[in-house]
Write a protein that binds this ligand. Sequence first.
Ligand SMILES: [Zn+2]
Ligand SMILES: [Zn+2]
Length: 444
Amino acid sequence: MSLAILEVWGGAGEHGRACYRIANGPVSVMLDCGGKRSGRGEYPLWKPELVPQLTTVFLSHAHEDHTVGLPALYRMGYRGEIWTTRATATRIASNFRMWKGYLAEQGSAAPYSAEEEELLRFRYLEDSAEEGEWFEAAPGVRACWGPSGHLAGSVWILLDIEGCRVFYSGDYTHESSLLRAELPKPEYCRNLSAAIVDAAYGARTESQAEMMAQLIGTIRQVSERGGHVFLPVPLHGRGLELLALLREALPDTRIVAEASLLQGAAKIKEDEAWLHPSAIERMNLALRGLQTSPFNEAPSGLAMSGAPAVIIGPDAQLQTEGAQACYRQLNRGENAVSNAIIFTGHVHSGSCASKIIARHEADPEHGHCSVYRIPYKVHQGLPDVWRMLEHLNPRVLLPVHTDKEKTDRLVSELASRGYSGAHSLTPGQTLILTAEAEYEREYR
Ligand SMILES: [Zn+2]
Ligand SMILES: [Zn+2]
């Protein structure tokens, strides 16, 4: 009987440092190797003696919570390849830079040198197989990939390791307005031992359409009372989606985008393979008549004078001077109470964004601008995980990418709907997978 193990080195029961090792006999595979913005920067709970023996490594996408531990694998003696996409490889450097900025702020440093960063050896999935088709990634490892809708170049990976099939969603959403997402062919998912699935929104049930209606309603309200709205977003990802959607939903509202976001918009054509057919045309429409205001020159002066505006700027955590200056400007003068800041994504603990939210929650009437949290979905909640479950039908489901409490709630929701194969794990735990219907759970 084929017996495989799935080790969680990071990323389950928490947000950050995604890292999973799957081994079947002498063949072992790693999925992602990221960092976590907590304290001095946390890395996966790696077992250094196992790293040199890895058969191969897969990388789902460029975000730091999936990538910044990779050079440490080479420090520990790994000399193999990292399977990913070209679009991911081109985005890695900027994510490493932002991670190092965070480490420096914490008085910390990466556990590897700049030379070791150069050792990363990528192989490109799209050069070896068509989307959705099997190929031999390494001896004993067959793999299949497809777009995951989360970021240009982001993929899911389906593995067949000596007969043991495991699906890894990476970060996934089927509700992106610009990016494509396709699941593997149903016949490839038969007899699936396990699925590691993005469940960052836990048991939340809202659809993207509901979240967007809430966001647009809030922006309208703020505009009607004469206030500006600041939307801090990550440099890569949902900023461009919001730009396109808001332009369409609010054609008469003044939208101001920070200059560096527009560089991303200009490059979108390079990522055509990852986009819905209408995406480039919609982006071009969104850019027409758009105002830009570089944070580093005259901090948002252009945005703050004149008619109520929606200001979209990079830095979702508000850690940079430019984003902080924009927030300070919102809080200046008599109009401050009319203005609003809306956070649309995950906020790291200890960040300036989390402090603004905490202060607002403690004293909502403190006379500053309003603070809202309205997620734009780039991950999955309960209905999305269920949809994936119905398609994949795995014997074991590992929902990941959120804290233990939210994972527990999701697992019990899934059980009440009739699926009892879901497990809420934390880093350091291992699942034993079998090719048959039985499996055991082991705690370490
Ligand atoms: Zn991500
Ligand atoms: Zn992630």
